[in-house]
Design a protein around this ligand. Structure first.
Ligand code: 6PG
Length: 248
């Protein structure tokens, strides 16, 4: 079931497993089409726990369907820890996807969180710019995102001074005290806005109230206090959610 808002479409799936299958199908279709057209594609991976099921599907069922050797993988954000740290988004992606698919190591663009937020963000700003420069029409083909209980996405948290991100593709971020790791690096709204497709993956009853607030804010044009509502992309943001997370 789908419903459209001002600049987004919500697809309601029966459960989290169906969200994962739907997202994996869209990712597979888009990456194959893009690869057929220009021989490469970019996929921005989300952190957190929700995307794990999608990554496992892409690793297990879509191998051979996605031309992984032509993939350029980026990360929407990273905690400022090493790649083997339990809280590393890279480690989560490596364990659920990267160790299972033949993406050349030089095409997996990890955020070097261990270098600290300023240095890692500055370096990743260059990396993202180089990946965009090398891609046709300077777009990110698919960006995966989640939404936190406070309305954050990637590591764009409520209270952020978005004006400081102007012209940047990646920037330092500070997570709220309750977060697993305070110092972060995040893609900026300007960068996320370069996506051909943005797919938010939201599951579970604990996200229901926040998802409703974020979608209502997005319909009003976005609210900086709910950063997930600020994400835009040319063809409209796609929300892939389960029934537990919405009353739509
Ligand atoms: C992170 C993620 C973050 C995540 C949301 C939702 O580094 O934690 O990038 O933005 O997507 O917090 O997380 P869950 O999928 O675990 O609910």
């Amino acid at each position: 079931m789908s419903q459209s808002g001002a600049n987004f479409v919500v697809t309601v799936c029966g459960d989290a497993a169906e969200v994962a299958r739907d997202a994996a199908s869209r990712i597979t279709q888009t990456t194959r089409t893009r690869d057929d057209r220009c021989g490469r594609f970019t996929l921005v991976l989300a952190g957190g726990s929700t995307p794990k099921a999608v990554y496992r599907l892409l690793a297990d069922e879509a191998v051979g369907k996605i031309p992984w050797e032509h993939a350029h993988l980026l990360f929407g954000d990273e905690r400022c820890v090493g790649p083997e740290h339990a809280d590393s988004n890279y480690r989560m992606a490596r364990e659920t996807l990267l160790d299972c698919v033949p993406v050349p190591a030089s095409q997996i663009h990890r955020i070097r969180g261990e270098d600290g937020p300023a240095a890692a963000a500055s370096a990743y700003n260059r990396v993202v710019s180089e990946v965009l420069d090398a891609s046709e029409d300077r777009v990110l083909d698919v960006v995966l995102l989640g939404v936190g209980a406070d309305g954050h996405t990637a590591s764009l948290f409520p209270g952020r001074d978005f004006s400081a991100d102007a012209g940047l593709m990646a920037a330092p971020a500070i997570a709220p005290p309750a977060s697993p790791v305070k110092d972060r690096v995040t893609l900026t709204l300007d960068c996320l806005g370069r996506a051909q497709r943005v797919m938010f993956l939201v599951t579970g009853a604990d996200k229901r109230e926040m998802l409703a607030r974020v979608l209502a804010a997005a319909e009003r044009g976005g609210d900086p206090a709910l950063p997930a509502s600020m994400v835009r992309c040319e063809r409209g943001v796609e929300w892939i959610v389960d029934m537990a997370a919405t009353d739509r």
